[in-house]
Write a protein that binds this ligand. Structure first.
Ligand code: NAP
Ligand code: G4F
Length: 326
């Protein structure tokens, strides 16, 4: 049986990856921050199958302890301050977690279990003001937010540990991927949750930012399989993971509202406060390289959006029932 250590396991991707590795017979160790209240919603169905280790990417000693305890064959670093908009409000915190935190974890692996295979969650945000279309592994980075700058650091320190120490360390440059487990502030979930609430009469309007931004959106459950495949190869390399399609925020609104028989223009207004100081206008990935590992996206953009709306509708109905039962 292989051991895997996952940081960021309570987040969207961590929960899907934990499910995947458990289904493959791994013993899964999950790094978890101390929180004042439980935040295990995404992993409650597998909570008892996971070996929990407490730690924080900003605390090197706790990461050494986590690697010692888990004795991992594979380490997946998914933890980050991952919300781009917050990175302008908290740039130093974002750098400490999303950039320097990667070095803390790589150092812990290098000192304790240097033959462990290491995955770094790099991001298409690194392409920022894109230098070519579509973006591929060789496209230059031009980060447009403190988050993206931190991710560029995390990406290159991973390359550096691979080249300096011969570690099996690689990065997946993942384009946006979403699911019903997505945090509620990200644009897809913000929209699908609002659609469900408007349909249920719990909300009247929806304030949005830049409706013209375009993203290459896929399904998170598909993308964690690509992470695993990257760590099963004979040598470590970096890979772009994307669908190869791009859609605007406006298209997202159209599909989500239309799914419940509504017109988004009757409910949505643009709030200038939600426009970012610097924007990534369009992302579109070329996943040719990772497709050669047998990976491909399985959920289309309309399927993804309607899946998320349906999940939010079901969640609201469940909540109403629960309240009624009290
Ligand atoms: P997410 O839902 O925001 O999850 C982030 C995770 O990181 C949470 O488990 C969070 O724990 C944990 N975390 C935050 N700060 C930490 C710290 N100081 N120490 C330890 N853990 C910490 O993110 P996601 O969407 O699953 O994304 C996973 C990773 O992929 C992130 O690194 C993200 O930047 C990157 N990425 C995501 C996408 C995407 O479209 N989803 C695309 C490219 C790259 P709490 O639950 O305690 O907050
Ligand atoms: O959903 P978003 O907040 O995601 P963003 O900024 O693309 O970042 C996500 O994907 C990255 C991969 O490319 C990850 F690395 C990162 O961790 C995160 O998961 O915003 C998407 C787009 C942006 O252009 C934003 O300006 O939607 C636009 N947008 C328009 N109105 C909005 C809103 N975004 C949010 N969150 N809220 C709005 O009201």
């Amino acid at each position: 049986m292989k051991n895997a250590l996952i940081t960021g396991i309570t987040g969207q991707d961590g929960s899907y990856l934990a499910e995947l590795l458990l289904s493959k017979g791994y013993k899964v160790y999950g790094l978890k921050r101390r929180t004042s209240l439980p935040n295990l919603e995404n992993v409650q169905h597998i909570e008892k199958e996971i070996e929990w280790v407490f730690g924080d990417l900003t605390d090197p000693g706790s990461l050494i302890e986590a690697v010692l305890r888990s004795n991992p064959d594979e380490v997946y670093n998914l933890a980050a301050q991952s919300y781009v908009a917050t990175s302008w409000d908290q740039p130093t915190l974002t750098g400490n977690i999303t950039a320097i935190g990667v070095t803390h974890l790589l150092e812990a692996v290098r000192r304790v279990k240097p033959d462990a295979r290491f995955y770094q969650a790099s991001s298409s945000e690194m392409f920022g003001k894109v230098q070519e279309v579509p973006q591929r592994e060789t496209t230059s980075f031009y980060p447009r937010s403190p988050y993206a700058v931190a991710k560029v650091y995390g990406h290159w320190i991973t390359v550096n540990f691979r080249e300096s120490y011969g570690m099996y360390a690689c990065s997946g440059i993942l384009f946006n991927h979403e699911s019903p487990r997505r945090g509620v502030e990200f644009v897809t979930r913000k929209v699908t949750r609002a659609v469900a609430r408007i349909k249920a009469g719990l909300q009247e309007q929806l304030a949005m930012g830049n409706l013209d931004a375009k993203r290459d959106w896929g399904f998170a459950g598909d993308y964690v399989d690509a992470m695993w495949r990257m760590l099963q190869q004979s040598k470590p390399e970096d890979y772009v993971v994307a669908t190869g399609e791009t859609h605007s925020v406006r298209e997202l609104l159209e599909i989500a509202f239309h799914h419940v028989g509504l017109n988004y223009q009757d409910y949505v207004y643009v709030d200038p406060a939600l426009i970012r100081p610097a924007e990534v206008d369009v992302l579109l990935g070329d996943a040719t390289k990772v497709r050669k590992l047998g990976w491909k996206p399985r959920v289309s953009f309309p399927e993804l959006v309607t899946m998320m709306v349906d999940a939010d509708l079901a969640s609201i109905q469940g909540r109403v029932l629960n309240v009624a039962a009290l």
